[in-house]
Design a protein around this ligand. Structure first.
Ligand code: ADP
Ligand code: MG
Length: 254
């Protein structure tokens, strides 16, 4: 599904990723961990095609499409969807207005108003958000947690194939985090998709059934393993991480 090979990425002439490799197959749920400022959000934004992140070498493909030849809009059309670390406000444009236009653009046909409203209302129920969110400005005046739920409203409507969750838990209280995780798992169960999640929280990674955990260091993946690696990092921090000290799939140090 997603295949990243030897990718090097710069922002403002500063090299952030260097020969970065990652492969995510259909239905897999991967997590990337690493200290602040190491380049985790850079990975997310490079995959979606944010033009500020300049790929200087390597390959990036999604379902055999060469993403490096496609802009951010065409990548979204292929089903790549990012839930931002801090979703921005777009005052004056409502969720409903944006979603109706974007869905018409994606599918090539106008979705009927009745069908559209019905689907939106069902999703609001799933997310335990008021129906008034449908006609609110995008993330306008919303708390951090409400913004994340609002992004999930978009997710259910767009039905993406690759979901990227950058610091999903930031801004979410414990109850909201449970609702959001339940929704993501339900979406994953009912759709052909894969997930990449950035988080420091091993409990969150466990509740999302993450199968592969990676650690980012010096621009590339230093270690890969399973949830035991996330637990180890939460306890011991990133200091001892070296490229040779790998953790195998059964969670034992090699
Ligand atoms: P992480 O998500 O792991 O905390 P980021 O990928 O956001 O880290 O950032 C990696 C590095 O790139 C940081 O040093 C950050 O300051 C820098 N960076 C990110 N975005 C920009 C930008 N638009 N301009 C300049 N530097 C940036
Ligand atoms: Mg980040």
């Amino acid at each position: 599904m997603l295949n990243i090979e030897n990718l090097s990425v710069e922002i403002n002439n500063k090299k952030i990723l260097s020969d970065f490799n990652l492969k995510i197959n259909l239905k897999e749920i991967h997590a990337i961990m690493g200290p602040n400022g190491i380049g985790k959000s850079t990975i997310c934004k490079t995959i979606i095609g944010d033009p500020n992140y300049v790929v200087t070498s390597g390959n990036l493909t999604f379902n055999s499409h060469d993403l490096l030849k496609l802009d951010i809009t065409d990548r979204a059309r292929l089903g790549i969807f990012l839930v931002n670390q801090t979703p921005i406000e777009i005052p004056g444009v409502t969720n409903a207005e944006m979603l109706r236009v974007a869905l018409a653009e994606k599918t090539g046909k106008n979705i009927g108003l009745f069908e559209f409203n019905k689907k939106m209302e069902e999703i609001c129920l799933k997310l335990l958000i008021p129906k008034s969110f449908i006609h609110r400005g995008i993330n306008e005046g919303m708390s951090g947690g409400e913004r994340k739920k609002n992004e999930l409203l978009h997710l259910w409507m767009f039905e993406p194939k690759l979901i990227i969750l950058d610091e999903l838990d930031s801004g979410l209280d414990i109850d909201s985090l449970k609702i959001v995780c339940k929704n993501i798992l339900e979406y994953h169960k009912t759709h052909d998709c894969s997930i990449l999640i950035i988080s420091h929280n091993p409990e969150l990674l466990a509740s999302l059934n993450v199968s592969h955990v990676h650690v980012l260091k010096d621009g590339g993946l230093a270690q890969s393993g399973n949830l035991n690696l996330a637990k180890k990092l939460a306890k011991e921090g990133f200091k001892g991480i070296t490229k040779s000290n790998n953790i195998s799939e059964n969670g034992k140090d090699e």
